[in-house]
Design a protein around this ligand. Structure first.
Ligand code: PLP
Ligand code: MN
Length: 369
């Protein structure tokens, strides 16, 4: 059930009900502009990842600034965005279940949709879905570039799969998916540079093998918030898939030489208990309101306060020095990891200069299939 929004336009931020997902609009817009400006001279285009924001409004704002489309990870996200008018969507992920493929193929009537494959055995069900829908589906071949997640071996095996796709009556070969996820949070800049240099070698090797077979490679997609500058500068990747850049999070901020974006996403929490003499205050943001896979949230602008423990619905705040927040006080928390944070909320509360300006639905919240 979609909850009623926790705020109304015109309210002060401290009147917003909690827990709430706050979007600092000045910082957010600056991030979108910064990414557009950084990519412009490289010639690489942004195909922003909607797994982060799950929002048709934000997708549109990114595309108004030059993004060629959106990436999603799930067919449900593709449906939500396509139905909201986003017309160019890449599922940057493998889809093998026929029920899902049928849904994806059906979307072709309202949007350009593409997906990835990394196995010849995955092709027949994709072909069958395209044939049944009476369309041609574009399929990218995902190659392993170092992340040890999805992706088949670069070079000849990848080119062989591309040829299989290109030879199908119901499919077209869309290009290569070359995303190095675990490179994004390598802490040292030199580690990130080396990781993407390795990935570039994998891409080049595959391009050579495609050439041997006379196959063009329209898209080379990859790059996230931690490494996109390397992919964009390489002259190889032409679609950058960064998502978190719009919001940032405490984990990205821990990278040495962090990405050049501002923290725009916050969780508004309220002190619901401040037991006297215990040295702690308890807020209404626990596991269900903030993911802890990348550590605890930080208290924004309050280095004197630390979020030190979470249970389902509670977060424990301690003061390193100075006073604790008082009962009823509201605190902005910086999420440790933005993507799973957003998925816990129905609404973005857009705030500018202390006032609520807009409420945007998290269009694709919870759509896992
Ligand atoms: N592309 C793919 C395939 C991803 O899986 C992800 C995130 O995991 C991204 C792009 C975007 O990464 P980030 O949000 O770190 O920019
Ligand atoms: Mn993430």
């Amino acid at each position: 059930m979609l909850q009623l929004p926790p705020a109304e336009p015109g309210m002060r931020e401290d009147e917003v009900d909690t827990p709430a997902l706050i979007l600092d609009l000045d910082a957010f817009e600056a991030n979108l502009d910064t990414m557009a400006a950084l990519l412009k001279p490289t010639g690489a285009k942004l195909r922003a990842h909607a797994k982060t924001h799950k929002s048709a409004v934000i997708a549109r704002l990114q595309m108004q600034r030059g993004a060629v489309g959106q990436c999603v990870q799930k067919v449900g996200e593709a449906e939500a965005l396509a139905q909201a008018g986003i017309n160019d969507i890449l599922v940057s992920n493998e889809v093998v279940e026929p029920r899902k493929l049928k849904r994806l193929a059906a979307l072709s009537s309202i949007a350009r949709v593409q997906l990835c494959a990394d196995d010849p055995a995955a092709i027949p069900p994709i072909e069958a879905a395209a044939e049944a829908a009476g369309i041609r589906l574009s399929v990218l071949v995902e190659i392993e570039v170092g992340a040890k997640r999805c992706g088949l071996e670069p070079g000849a095996p990848a080119a062989e799969l591309a040829a299989r796709i290109a030879g199908s009556k119901h499919l077209t070969f869309g290009g290569l998916q070359a995303y190095y996820g675990s490179a994004q949070h390598k802490r040292q800049p030199e580690e990130r540079r080396q990781a993407i240099a390795f990935a570039a070698g994998c891409v080049e090797q595959t391009l050579d093998a495609l050439k041997t077979r006379g196959l063009d490679c329209p898209i080379i997609g990859g790059g996230g918030t931690g490494t996109f500058a390397h992919e964009a500068a390489s002259g190889l990747w032409n679609e950058i898939q960064a998502g978190s850049y719009a919001f940032m999070d405490a984990d990205y901020a821990r990278n040495v030489e962090p990405p050049p974006f501002r923290q725009s996403l916050f969780i508004l929490a309220q002190v619901m208990s401040a037991p006297k003499g215990t040295g702690r205050a308890v807020v209404d943001v626990g596991h269900k309101a903030a993911p802890v896979d990348s550590g605890y949230p930080l208290v924004a602008g309050r280095p004197d306060l630390a979020y030190v423990g979470a249970s389902d619905e509670h977060g424990v705040i301690e003061a390193k020095d100075g006073p604790l927040p008082v009962l009823g006080e509201k605190l902005r928390l910086v999420p440790a990891h933005c993507d799973p944070t957003v998925d816990r909320y129905d609404w973005y509360v857009g705030v500018r200069k202390g006032r609520v300006e807009c409420l945007w639905p998290v269009t694709a919240r919870g759509l896992m299939t």
